[in-house]
Design a protein around this ligand. Structure first.
Ligand code: HEC
Length: 330
């Protein structure tokens, strides 16, 4: 029998609808959960972390030790210290929670990764820095090519000279020849060391926002997978599928299928569904046998920039008991 392409397509469609397995939402009650405390990080950018005089963990981080290895159990204490103004933030938001315990779950089927976050919304009432978004949840993921991502997750992208950080120069950033292309209209956004010729750690201003490598070198890094894949749920707009390399790109990715979030009786639930396959610019392919370095951030109560709660770095894998966050097969 000669089967036309369109009838094969129709058959597949019917079979898919009948079984429904490939697109069923996970039964989250059956998926193991990992508790991760996110905390208010103040001005603890990568340069602060890497300077031994400021932070006694600096040498261990250089040696490969992870932040979570020393601090996993202390995240709440660290957040309390910083949000109270005792350390790393001269003017913290009044009444802000120092930390938030978050339940993290992950699952996958043959085509998709599902990640779910749940937490009790802390008390609000702070300044509305981002009026459009009451809450944003951002996940970043490295596939093993970004320095410091294995140790510190998001810290690989966070520098003391970014907007809202203590060594920022927003005025100079806005005037930079590449400000338009890099989205610096409000100042410098996240970047990774691989995109810069040098990072200043010892002297002020710390960081390397304007020490950009050439376009060719940055294109090569992108091709090589040296970037953090980024996805974001936001209450006030469409989900974002981007990446961080020489700047924070809020577009380019095509792997994110959807991101949903709701607040029920004060408990937030945010779920991401993304293709395992890399489909666009700045997407990583997620494969069995690999571990991915992930970190996530919650911008609670209309906050922006550094005024979020942040996780240390954790690993994510598919059916991998060694992963901190093990995405189990559905
Ligand atoms: C070898 C253990 C070790 C590692 C690894 C380590 N730290 Fe620390 N960290 C410390 C110690 C000890 C302190 C407290 C004293 C100080 O500031 O030096 C500290 C303090 C901090 C503080 C300030 C809060 C406080 O209680 O003083 C922050 C924030 C922090 N670390 C973040 C990080 C991040 C982010 C990483 C990973 C990129 C990291 N640390 C890795 C040992 C470590």
């Amino acid at each position: 029998m000669k089967v036309s392409k369109s009838s094969v397509f129709m058959l597949t469609l019917v079979a898919g609808t009948l079984t429904g397995t490939a697109h069923a939402a996970p039964d989250w009650g059956k998926v193991p959960a990992r508790n991760v405390t996110v905390f208010y990080p103040g001005n603890s950018g990568l340069e602060w972390v890497m300077k031994g005089v400021d932070h006694s963990g600096a040498r261990a981080v250089k040696g490969g030790e992870t932040c979570a290895g020393c601090h996993d159990k202390e995240a709440a204490d660290i957040g309390r210290k910083i949000v109270s103004g005792e350390k790393l933030d001269a003017s913290p938001i009044k009444g802000k929670a120092g930390s938030i315990p978050v339940k993290v779950q992950a699952a996958h089927d043959a085509e998709h990764l599902y990640v779910r976050f749940q937490w009790k919304a802390p008390a609000g009432g702070g300044p509305k820095m981002d009026p459009a978004n009451q809450m944003k949840l951002t996940v970043m993921m490295d596939a093993g090519k970004v320095e410091y991502a294995a140790q510190g997750g998001c810290w690989a992208t966070c520098h003391n000279d970014m907007r809202s950080m203590d060594d920022a120069n927003d005025e100079a950033a806005r005037k930079h020849a590449k400000a338009g292309a890099l989205g610096w209209s409000n100042g410098v956004t996240k970047y990774i060391k691989e995109s810069r010729t040098t990072l200043t750690i010892k002297d002020k201003p710390r960081g390397g926002w304007d020490k950009l490598k050439s376009d060719a070198e940055i294109a090569a890094a992108l091709k090589d997978g040296a970037f953090l894949d980024l996805m974001q749920f936001r209450t006030g707009g469409a989900p974002v599928d981007g990446y961080v390399l020489e700047s924070r790109h809020m577009e380019g990715g095509k792997s994110l299928v959807n991101a949903e979030g709701k607040n029920e009786n004060g408990t937030w639930t945010v779920t991401f569904k993304r293709k395992l396959a890399a489909s666009g610019v700045g997407d990583h392919t997620i494969q069995t046998g690999n571990l991915y370095n992930v970190g996530f951030a919650i911008h609670d109560d209309h906050t922006n920039a550094r005024y979020h709660h942040l996780s240390f770095g954790y690993t994510l894998g598919l059916d991998n008991a060694e992963a901190d966050i093990n995405a189990v097969k559905l």
